[in-house]
Each structure stands twice: as structure tokens, then as C-alpha cells.
Design a binder for this molecule. Structure first.
Ligand code: ADP
Ligand code: MG
Length: 618
């Protein structure tokens, strides 16, 4: 590669996909850091202020720029990296169109200081809105430092288009994360508003980098893999089954050192973990693929990261099988998730020492029930234990049982009677005499010598689930117009997918439409939804858009329904008697009013004789 900067032949230049290089602060950071990497830097310092809107500084220890070339570098299509169109397909350099500096300079105040080792002095240039304001010799370290201030100061339309500081910062942080992950031999120091976000050692140790830039829990729960085939070479890290996330944001891929997005790879990961993780939970993975460049089509537009693989299906199948094998090897000896479940279950069969701290107890019971739903239903032993769950809830909440026999009290299996064993559901919810609500969560009723306890969340969830199921493809659900429409910002891909889903969500009672190019505005929601529930539902759904199972209509539908239930559900809510009444009335109409959609009981009963046993009256 020549170190001399030439102006591209216009013919070549025109062939290059024209596009906006600088669309937001993250794009500026990307171009500047890639220039630093191209310049052979081993240490790169990135510093942003106010989401990069106010300031972006990238300092490197690379080759530097010849003082003669400093201003040329700011001309459009000035590059030292390509002179023929063929060169563009060579991925060895990251930037190649020679328009980054020109574009950035045109819309900001930019200052560049650079020095080559062979020169005594460095040079500093300052441009404002593309005009050269200053050019002088300065003393400087070898390398280049670029400061971009007041981005889009002279393009008000663009300035307005910028998102909040938090959003722009997040985009830059994501980018920095990927850069650090793809260049582990470079030392990155990344600061936001003068606070160090991460530093990497630059010693090529992947585990250290992942620990520094990604989730630390993932770093602890990850295992290295290395796979080899004639065509493909894959290295990287997978999370163990014990670690999951609610979305796929930590499934990160690089091909030939370049960050990419790929449905194929997402699908391969899903396939590898299929059936091993609870629904709606996703593994994390950082995978580095190496392959001959003719086996992958990378869009030459630098902002487009979606790639197409040659032999896509073969790659997916191979990777799925190999990753699955690798996972099996990892988890052979103690299956961590299973142990975790087992511990959770064992804990539930012990009575808590005291259950005075109601709040703390609630949290605990929430996490316990969560782990119970994670128990694979294929395991009979586990299922049995999970059926035994309610005993804890009831007895420990009647905390006087602890006082009777604090040490040796063993919970008799038959203390509660699971109502699914009752003969008929027809009259189960008839003539219940309401006693009251406890813990803002459970409704107590009395009837025929039994105390019935209804889990209001589970009951409400089931009612909603059945309602949504009925209306989903048949009739349109009843909606209400929101007083204040909700705007949800999205990635462009998510945005397009959400528009595709508009019709099926309309069936459920959600009405929304495009709001610009990256957001939707929700105007109508089903009657059982309020604004927070709606937001929670959309968040969950957007997470799930990334899920490959979304392709299977049935699963997608099921997930939508579940997400809708979860969002709308009454949790830790005081219920007025008339609401209790309405809930019971709705439960009466169900065919299966015993269990919620996740299989947990809705209603349990304690007989009078069990009470008598507890109080030693028998
Ligand atoms: P491109 O990277 O596509 O060549 P740019 O506008 O990003 O175009 O940069 C123009 C030229 O300026 C580069 O080709 C390179 O020669 C020089 N340059 C830019 N940044 C640096 C840097 N950090 N270190 C050394 N040279 C740089
Ligand atoms: Mg460049």
C-alpha cells in the first residue's frame, strides 16, 4: 500500500457507492478509529463528550501523515489506500473511499495533529465547515490526533436528527466494543465525558478483552471453542447454559476481523442451544470466522454490516452441529443450569427460617418461580418437584407454621390439595366466599371446609392468555385509544420488522404506524393495557423479533400472546373486591382454570383438617 495520498480518478470515484459517511457521531468515531487502525496504530485513545455531539477525539500512535499530505487528506476522494476499483474489494484496509475526512470536515470543526517518525516536526491543521482556518508546524508525538467538535453545527437539519446524548453514546459504545473485540492486539482506551469506560491491554487475550468490554457475568460463564473445516475456521466463546440474556445483543460476529451481522449465524447459535434454554432467553456468543474472502459478500458500503455467505446453508448446518457438540462437551460434567435448578428446587422444599421480611420474601419467591419455569418439562423428576412448589408459598406465608416447630417441621405432602385433582371445574369458582387479599398477590376464599388461595397474577395471566388466543386470528380485540400516543425508537431493521408485524398486532388490539424512519407511534392498545404495560410488551416483542423462532408462525404467535399476558398482568397490586369478583367471573368461563400458561397453579386449597393438623387438634 502506498503511503502517498492521491486523488481518485473520478471514473473510479463514481463507481464507488456514494453514501453518507457521516450520519451520526458513531459513524465519525468509526471512520477515525479505522483510519488509526489502517495507520498501524497499536494504541488508540477515544474520548467523547455529550454523545460525540460536542466532541470526539481519536488519538493514535500510528505512522502519522506526511505534512505535505495533511490538507490533501481532507479532499474528497483523497486516499492513500486505493487507486483501482478492484482494490475496493480488498478488505485489508477498513476505509477506502477517501471521503471520510472530507465529509467530517465539511460538517464540523476539525483539528488534526500528526507527525511521522521521519520528520522532526508535526503539523496541525484546523478546518471549520470544510474551510481551512489554520495550518502550522507543531511539536508532536508520532501518530495522529483528530478532534471533531460541534458536529453538524452548519447543517441544522442533521443536528436536529441526532438522538439523545444517551442514545448516541450507546451507539458509540457498541461500536467501541466491537472494535476492541475485533482488534485484540490494539490497546483501546475509551472514555465518555472524561470517565474511563474501558481499557484493553492489547495483548491479544480474548478473555481479558471480553471481560473488559462485555458483560462480566458472560466472561465468567463463557467457554472457548475452536472449529475447523476446509472452508471455514471459527474461534470464539459461547456462554454456558447457566447464563442467559433476554435478547441476542451479545451474539457478536466477526468475519475476517470485520464486525458483521448475519441471520445465518444467529440461526446456527439458536440451533445449537435449541431446547436447552428457557423460552425467551438467549445465549451470548462472540465468534470469529475466518474464510477466503470469495466465500463472503460484504457490502462495500461501510455502514452496511449484513453479509451473505456463499454456501450459506452448509455453513449454518455445520456450525449448528459443531457448536452443539462443543456445548455438549462443556456441559457433560456438572450441568450448571441443572445444578442451579436443583438448588433452587431444593431450597423451595426447605422452609425458610423466618418470613418476616415480606418484601425480601417476595423477591425470593419470584426468582424461585422463575427457575421453576426453566426446568425442562422433559424431566419427570423435576416436574414432580415443581408441582410440589405451592406448598412453600402457602405454608411459609402462613408463617406461624414456623413458630410451631421451627427446627424439625417437615412439610407433609398432602397439606395442600392441588385443585387439578378436583373432580369438576364447573363449580370450582362458584360460591367462593371472599376472605381477603394477602401480600397484594393472593386472594383467599372459603368454601365447603376449605381455604382456597388464588394466585391473582397467574389467574389474570390465564384469562388474558385465553382472550388473546381467541381473538388473535379471529376477531379483532377491543382497543382503547391512548390519550398520549407512545413513541418507540427502533433500529432501522427492527423498524421494518415491526411494520411487517403491524397487521397481526392489530388483531390483538394494538394499532401503530411509522413515525419517521426509525420509530413507531402506538395509538391504540387492548383494553387491558396501560402505557407502562404497552411499553413493556413492545420492548419484549422487539427483543423477540431477533429470534429465529419468530419465523415459525405458531411459536411467534404463542410468544406474542405470552408477552402480552406478562405485560398486562396484575402483579403486586391491591385488588378491589369488584376486581376480584370480575377475575373470578372470568376464571369461571375457562376450560382449564387450574394452571397459568406456564403450568403453575392458579388455585390451591387447604382443607380444614389440614389446619387442624397444623394446630395439633387431631
Ligand atoms: P480513507 O481512509 O478512505 O483513505 P479518509 O478520508 O479517512 O480516507 O483519510 C484520508 C487519508 O488520510 C487516508 O488515506 C490516510 O492516508 C490519511 N489518514 C487519515 N487518518 C489517518 C491516521 N490516523 N493516521 C495516518 N494517516 C491517516
Ligand atoms: Mg478512512
Amino acid at each position: 500500500m502506498s503511503r502517498f495520498i492521491k486523488v481518485l480518478d473520478p471514473h473510479v470515484a463514481n463507481k464507488i457507492a456514494a453514501g453518507e459517511v457521516v450520519e451520526r457521531p458513531a459513524a465519525v468515531v468509526k471512520e477515525l478509529v479505522e483510519n488509526a487502525i489502517d495507520a498501524g496504530a497499536t494504541s488508540i485513545f477515544v474520548d467523547i463528550q455529550s454523545g460525540g455531539k460536542k466532541l470526539i477525539r481519536v488519538t493514535d500512535n500510528g505512522y502519522g501523515i506526511d505534512p505535505e499530505d495533511m490538507l490533501t487528506a481532507f479532499l474528497r476522494h483523497a486516499t492513500s489506500k486505493v487507486s483501482e476499483i478492484e482494490d475496493i474489494y480488498d478488505l485489508n484496509t477498513l476505509g477506502f473511499r477517501g471521503e471520510a475526512l472530507a465529509s467530517i470536515a465539511a460538517v464540523s470543526q476539525i483539528e488534526m495533529v500528526s507527525k511521522k517518525a521521519s520528520f522532526e516536526m508535526g503539523k496541525k491543521v484546523i478546518l471549520s465547515g470544510g474551510k481551512v482556518m489554520e495550518s502550522s508546524d507543531v511539536g508532536a508525538q508520532v501518530g495522529t490526533s483528530v478532534v471533531v467538535k460541534d458536529l453538524f453545527f452548519n447543517t441544522p437539519a442533521r443536528l436536529k436528527f441526532m438522538k439523545s446524548t444517551a442514545t448516541e453514546t450507546a451507539a458509540i459504545s457498541d461500536l467501541m466494543t466491537r472494535l476492541a473485540l475485533s482488534h485484540m492486539d490494539i490497546q483501546f482506551n475509551y472514555q465518555v465525558d472524561q470517565k474511563v469506560i474501558f481499557k484493553t491491554a492489547g495483548d491479544g487475550d480474548a478473555k481479558k478483552v471480553i471481560y473488559a468490554v462485555l458483560d462480566k457475568e458472560f466472561a465468567k460463564a463463557m467457554v472457548p471453542i475452536e472449529l475447523e473445516e476446509d472452508r471455514w475456521h471459527v474461534k470464539g466463546y459461547l456462554s454456558k447454559l447457566s447464563y442467559t440474556k433476554g435478547n441476542r445483543s451479545s451474539q457478536i460476529f466477526f468475519v475476517n476481523q470485520r464486525y458483521i451481522k448475519s441471520r445465518t449465524l444467529l440461526d446456527a447459535i439458536s440451533g445449537a442451544y435449541l431446547g436447552q434454554l428457557p423460552i425467551g432467553r438467549f445465549p451470548s456468543a462472540v465468534l470469529y470466522l475466518e474464510m477466503p474472502s470469495q466465500l463472503v459478500d460484504v457490502n462495500i458500503h461501510p455502514a452496511k454490516t449484513e453479509v451473505k455467505f456463499q454456501e450459506e446453508l452448509a455453513l449454518k448446518d455445520w456450525l449448528t452441529v459443531e457448536l452443539r457438540k462443543a456445548l455438549r462437551q462443556i456441559d457433560q460434567v456438572p450441568e450448571i443450569s441443572q445444578i442451579k435448578h436443583r438448588i433452587a428446587l431444593e431450597e423451595t422444599s426447605k422452609l425458610p427460617e423466618a418470613s418476616v421480611d415480606v418484601k425480601g420474601f417476595k423477591d425470593e419467591s419470584a426468582s424461585v418461580s422463575r427457575s421453576v419455569t426453566e426446568v425442562p418439562s422433559a424431566q419427570p423428576a423435576m416436574t414432580k418437584q415443581s408441582v410440589a412448589m405451592p406448598s412453600k408459598d402457602i405454608l411459609s406465608k402462613l408463617s406461624m407454621t414456623d413458630l410451631i416447630k421451627p427446627k424439625t417441621y417437615e412439610m407433609p405432602e398432602a397439606v395442600y390439595e392441588q385443585t387439578s385433582l378436583l373432580k369438576s371445574s364447573d363449580d370450582l369458582y362458584e360460591d367462593l366466599q371472599y376472605v381477603g387479599q394477602i401480600f397484594d398477590s393472593y386472594l383467599l376464599f372459603q368454601k365447603n371446609g376449605k381455604l382456597y388461595v388464588v394466585d391473582q397474577h397467574a389467574g389474570h395471566e390465564k384469562v388474558l392468555y385465553e382472550t388473546f388466543k381467541k381473538t388473535f386470528f379471529q376477531t379483532k380485540a377491543v382497543s382503547q385509544i391512548l390519550a398520549k400516543p407512545i413513541v418507540i425508537e427502533l433500529g432501522h431493521g427492527e423498524f421494518l420488522k415491526m411494520l411487517e408485524q403491524a397487521a397481526s398486532l392489530e388483531q390483538m388490539g394494538f394499532h401503530y404506524e411509522a413515525f419517521g424512519e426509525q420509530a413507531i407511534v402506538i395509538r391504540e392498545v387492548p383494553i387491558s393495557f396501560n402505557a407502562p404495560a404497552t411499553e413493556q410488551f413492545f420492548k419484549e416483542m422487539i427483543d423477540q423479533l431477533e429470534s429465529p423462532a419468530a419465523k415459525a408462525q405458531e411459536t411467534w404467535r404463542e410468544r406474542l400472546i405470552l408477552a402480552a399476558c406478562k405485560a398486562a398482568i396484575k402483579a403486586n397490586d391491591k385488588m378491589a373486591p369488584f376486581e376480584v369478583n370480575a377475575l373470578i367471573h372470568q376464571l369461571k368461563t375457562l376450560n382449564d382454570p387450574y394452571t397459568c400458561p406456564h403450568g403453575r397453579p392458579i388455585i390451591v386449597a387447604i382443607t380444614q383438617s389440614e389446619f387442624e393438623k397444623m394446630f395439633k387438634r387431631t
